[in-house]
Design a protein around this ligand. Sequence first.
Ligand code: GLU
Length: 320
Amino acid sequence: MNIRKTLLLLAMLATLPAARAEFPDRPITLIIPFSAGGPTDVVGRVAAAKAGEILGQQIVVENRTGASGTIGMTATARAKPDGYTIGLATVSTHGTAPHLFPKLPYDPIKDFTPVSNLVTSPNILSVHPSYPARTLAEFVEYVRARPGVEGYANAGAGGVNDLGMTWFLQITGAKMNSIAYRGSAPALTDAVGGIVPVIFDNFPSSQSYVKSGHLRALAITGTQRNPQLPDVPTFAEQGYTNYDVTAWYGVVAPAGLPADIRDKLADAFARAVRDPATAAKLADTGAFPLGNTPAEFGEQIQTEKDRWGEVIAKAGIKLQ
Ligand code: GLU
């Protein structure tokens, strides 16, 4: 080969994209948009430990809290779409908040690549053991008689817990004050401490306090009772048949994530939540392991966003 030909060959090689190392070749960061010890955090850590094992790389959890999870989701949307930064989206960040935050820095559909929805869970209304109301009916009567006096703790303004309670109060005609925190964990601290003796929360974070008697549960959402707290009746059983609020936690990546990386992540997370030991850990919290495909999760996000848009518009719900 003469010198010209060699140079030409080298020039051609230089224009070829560098071969991509097999994904993942370094640790992955999973952004959890709520505080440590809350349901998003617990689900994220349990699933990430197993998914990391399957992928052969550690998945490092990073809690980026505030504004009902939208701060952590903004960081996820703005990250490089290379699979090394992913986030755990929830019904709050992708279903409710988009309709309530006028300046939300992301579009829940366009700015993300859905990967896999890990679990769904009911919500639960509980009170401090010293609270006068012992049943849901007594609770409604009690707060109705004190419009704007009683408060309820929740995981973030405009999130599913704030909104779920707001919707319930609208149905009952009662008025309470929303006391919002940076996630379920700090909201629970104040509920268990009796500082804000009412809490509407995702089931996984509240259930252990109900089991230990630190909180008294009045009702859970959903069509059936939860095996973790079989004595707690549903809202539907107590007459609120058109009222339902489900929480979910799913892995998303920034928009533009290459399909092969997306599928690898989705497969690892889906296998993780179906792994018997991991599924048992999740079920112990009262959550229902799912692990669906990117396409299924994408459809679900769209449906949830639309559904909450309708609920919010119909009920005329606004942030307090
Ligand atoms: N309520 C939040 C949600 O489901 C999660 C709260 C938390 O993880 O602390 O969107």
